[in-house]
Design a binder for this molecule. Structure first.
Ligand SMILES: Nc1ncnc2c1ncn2[C@@H]1O[C@H](COP(=O)(O)OP(=O)(O)O)[C@@H](O)[C@H]1O
Ligand SMILES: [Mg+2]
Length: 325
């Protein structure tokens, strides 16, 4: 069953300036992204910093209002719902941030944070049931229940991320956006947090959007991957257990370049690495034609003039590139 359908989602941020504070242009953060996620599935979103991943995640769960497009959760179009109608859907869609510390109140205990979410959405009765529920949540994310009376600064980065996860799960969401949940953590801690998330995904039957700039992390954690560049999806990949390795599937020069940035572990693999040159162009002033044409090692004339559509290619999945057959 389809959990989430996103159609033609656009998010532009107006940019003001000058003496009169007029709109001078807009940041094209997300430019018409469509996808669907089945119940229980984890969709990865990958791309360099500034490609619109966080904006996409926040617009999907309506932390940001879409400029255009539709979001349908379990068959219900939530794009235009007012605050009251939106309330039950707020609970159903949660987000885990890269840095949970900035979203935790330094003067509130962990139990306080969890109670706030639980009471707001009336998940369990106050009192004994609530205490028990909080202890269970703490245990599920790998924290000792007696740590619930501590304050955020008393925890390590990895523990804080577990708290962020517990808070998101406390309200029994159907859909969770995890926005670079391990990117701020030490590599040794990343694996622990990812393992906890894998267990919880099965335990809670979660449907997720998992955002990362690291293709290796998404490859292991997700069933399917969207590769984003300058607000566009440029390639879709399969990454469930039966899919061939990403390195074999990648057809888009941008995805291949991202793989070059995470060289493959096999020393016998002597394919030349495409290394990404220069910065991502500004989404305030995007290039004409293909968004990747300014950095693409395989660029041809057509790329400079026309935007390639995201279409099914010979490799069996969709990519947006004029030179991919
Ligand atoms: N509130 C905002 N106002 C203006 N521009 C924004 C805002 N939020 C993000 N952007 C811009 O949108 C683009 C995409 O940002 P973001 O979604 O954070 O990318 P990512 O998560 O892939 O790093 C960036 O150029 C960023 O500067
Ligand atoms: Mg981001």
């Amino acid at each position: 069953m389809t959990m989430l359908e996103v159609e033609g989602l656009v998010k532009h941020f107006p940019v003001r300036g000058g003496i009169l504070n007029r709109i001078q242009g807009k940041v094209h953060a997300v430019n018409g992204v469509s996808f669907s996620i089945n119940e229980g599935e984890t969709l990865g979103v990958v791309g360099e910093s500034g490609c619109g991943k966080s904006t996409l995640g926040k617009t999907v769960i309506r932390l940001l209002e879409a400029t255009d497009g539709r979001v349908v959760l379990k068959g219900k179009d939530i794009t235009m719902l007012g605050p009251n109608e939106m309330m039950p859907f707020r609970r159903k869609m949660q987000i885990i941030f890269q840095d949970p510390y900035s979203s935790l109140n330094p003067r509130m205990t962990i139990a306080g944070h969890l109670k706030e979410a639980i009471r707001f959405h009336k998940i369990v009765e106050q009192g004994e049931a609530e205490d028990k529920y909080i202890d269970e949540l703490m245990t599920k994310v790998g924290l000792r229940p007696d740590a619930k009376n501590k304050y955020p600064h008393e925890f390590s980065g990895g523990q804080r991320q577990r708290i962020g996860i517990a808070r998101a799960l406390a309200v029994k969401p159907d859909f969770v956006v995890a926005d670079e949940p391990v990117s701020a953590l030490d590599v040794s801690i990343q694996a622990q947090v990812l393992n906890i998330m894998t267990d919880l995904k099965d335990d809670f039957g979660l449907t997720m959007m998992f955002i990362s700039h690291d293709l290796k992390v998404v490859e292991h954690f997700c069933d399917r991957i969207l590769v984003m560049y300058l607000g566009y999806v440029v390639e879709e990949l399969e990454s469930h257990a039966d899919a061939p390795p990403i390195a074999e599937q990648a057809q888009h020069p941008y995805t291949q370049a991202l793989l070059g940035a995470n060289p493959i572990d096999d020393p016998d693999d002597r394919r030349p690495l495409t290394v990404l040159q220069g910065d991502v162009p500004s989404p305030f002033n995007p290039p004409t034609g293909c968004p990747f044409q300014t950095r693409c090692p395989k660029v041809v004339d057509q790329c400079k003039r026309e935007m390639p559509p995201l279409e099914l290619k010979s490799g069996g999945h969709r990519a947006a590139c004029w030179i991919v057959e």
